[in-house]
Design a protein around this ligand. Structure first.
Ligand SMILES: CC(=O)SCCNC(=O)CCNC(=O)[C@H](O)C(C)(C)COP(=O)(O)OP(=O)(O)OC[C@H]1O[C@@H](n2cnc3c(N)ncnc32)[C@H](O)[C@@H]1OP(=O)(O)O
Length: 495
């Protein structure tokens, strides 16, 4: 009974937030680029000023990650994003092509539903607010229940800053009673025009099934390949820095290292030299039992935890204090091989294959099992091989000679900076982009007439004439009589 009341209250709250957002959007939709940009700047600056406080709050509340790294994420989620979007034209007339006689006009989609994960809660609020408002949209957030307080506090910071800069009240808001019913109501409500879903499998699936257009981030599970041509020391440094950043909570971080047999020894030695701890068979089995929970999804007990915390949890007594990442040798991929899954923790699988072709096949197998369309990293100085992998790997981001986590989000690469990484059609997502304001607007196109029917007829006749006269024509093997007959009939229809 109590639960039902809570659910009803949360649904009512969502309806109220949407009503206010709708009112706010009527005003926001009239704002020109200059007014929008002023608000966006204020949001970024307020987020930056509160980066450390909010990072500490997120770490304390969720128990995930490292607060100092969350500061870096908050700075990235505020000023990093701002620098990339500040000069974008997003509302009003975007482009006028006098020569081709077309014009493009940016139109906000309206109200965005922002689903926020517990792994990157505060930085994702900053980022989603910035890209939504930049597109002239309102946003209503659904917080992960495990990060509700730090999320609400961040929403307070960004909404107050936005309002002080002229943003209408109600344009940025957040559910305070996070229930599944409330989140579903938000996603399915006709006033919600787009869902930006970042989170666990169930939540992203619910977003796709809601009937509202959704951009979702599925699971990551990126393997990292180290080739013979790589600088092994640097490659391992990149992987270790990436995997330990915020204790591995970024979904683009590496989940396995994969090498050819001839590289096994060198890579293994370098991993150990840089703080990798290879688990023996018994230790590997012990830890495997903690990677997933009973329902087959990632176990929050290991998410964003340090090696010391994970070792204690799994009763691994032989792990030295200097260990930075736990590594388990693996050869199988599947539900019965937990190390082949996504582990948002400093835990890596280590795959060894006989040939390059075997490596490519294994990369495809791993990503096809989990992480489809997300991210793949490789450390390699052979351009042909990079192209070969890039053409085959079912990932929207192929990262070369960089950290997976920070490379995927556009921190250590020139990818568009983002904390929501589209996984493309193969990953069930409507976009393969690093999501930005241009993904949150529609474009109206104005097109002036440039041809009359006679021009089209003449053009068709000319093309057919060319077809007859030129042996080099791509149509020379075509049955021209038949084509003429078809064109005649089409013209008759047109007349
Ligand atoms: C660029 C990037 O790095 S994006 C990273 C995004 N990736 C992720 O967040 C990783 C995927 N997340 C997960 O696997 C999990 O969320 C974990 C392991 C991190 C945390 O696990 P948990 O704390 O148990 O959270 P989980 O997501 O399973 O949800 C717990 C409950 O809250 C509910 N919940 C989650 N989000 C919401 C929401 N927005 N509103 C309402 N309820 C929610 C879930 O439905 C679930 O309910 P249930 O217990 O009744 O089934």
């Amino acid at each position: 009974m109590e639960l039902l009341e809570k659910d009803l209250m949360s649904i009512q709250e969502v309806r109220l937030l949407l009503k206010k957002a709708k009112e706010a959007h009527k005003i926001l939709a009239t704002f020109n680029q200059e007014k929008i940009d002023r608000i966006v700047k204020a949001i970024a600056e307020a987020s930056l000023q509160n980066a450390e406080r909010l990072a500490k709050m997120a770490n304390e509340e969720t128990g995930f990650g490292i607060w100092q790294d969350k500061v870096v994420k908050n700075v990235f989620g505020s000023m990093g994003i701002y620098e990339a979007i500040k000069d974008q034209k997003t509302v009003g007339i975007l482009r006028e092509d006098k020569e081709n006689k077309t014009m493009e006009i940016g139109i906000p989609v309206g109200i965005v539903a922002g689903i926020i994960p517990s792994t990157n809660p505060t930085s994702t609020i900053m980022y989603k607010t910035l890209i939504s408002i930049k597109g002239g949209n309102c946003i209503v957030f659904s917080p992960h229940p495990g990060a509700k307080n730090c999320i609400l506090e961040t929403v307070k910071v960004v909404s107050e800053a936005a309002e002080a800069a002229g943003c209408p009240k109600g344009a940025i808001s957040c559910i305070t009673i996070p229930t599944l019913q409330a989140t579903n109501e938000l996603m399915k409500h006709p006033d919600t025009k787009l869902i930006l879903a970042t989170g666990g499998y169930a939540m992203v699936k619910a977003a796709y099934s809601s009937g509202t257009p959704a951009i979702g981030v599925g699971a990551g599970n990126g393997p990292a390949f180290i080739d013979k041509t790589a600088n092994v020391k640097l490659a391992v440094k990149h992987i270790m820095d990436s995997k330990t950043f915020d204790n591995g909570t970024i979904c683009a971080s590496e989940q396995s290292v994969i090498v050819e047999r001839c590289m096994e020894q060198a890579v293994r030695e370098e991993l150990i030299a840089q703080g990798g701890f290879f688990l023996n068979e018994e230790e590997s089995k012990k830890l495997a039992g903690f990677i997933l929970r009973a329902n087959g999804t990632m176990n929050p007990q290991i998410v964003g935890k340090s090696v010391a915390q994970i070792s204690k949890l799994a009763g691994l007594t032989g792990v030295p204090a200097s260990a930075r990442v736990l590594i388990a040798k693996e050869s199988r991929v599947g539900d019965d091989a937990p190390y082949s899954r996504e582990k948002l923790a400093p835990i890596l699988a280590f795959f060894v294959e006989e040939t390059i072709e075997d490596v490519i096949d294994k990369v495809v197998e791993i990503l096809s099992f989990e992480g489809m369309g997300h991210t793949f990293s490789m450390h390699c100085n052979n351009d042909d091989l990079i192209k070969r992998f890039a053409l085959r790997a079912p990932a929207s981001r192929i990262l070369v000679n960089t950290m997976g986590s920070l490379g995927g989000i556009g921190g250590s690469t020139n990818l568009f900076p983002a904390l929501t990484l589209g996984c493309g059609a193969v990953g069930g997502s409507s976009s393969s982009n690093n999501i930005g304001p241009m993904d949150l607007i529609n474009i109206k196109r104005v097109a002036f007439g440039i041809k009359e029917l006679e021009d089209l007829r003449n053009n068709a006749a000319n093309l057919l004439g060319d077809t007859k006269s030129s042996n080099n024509s791509p149509y020379c093997n075509v049955n021209t009589e038949l084509v003429e007959e078809i064109v005649k009939r089409i013209m008759k229809q047109l007349i």
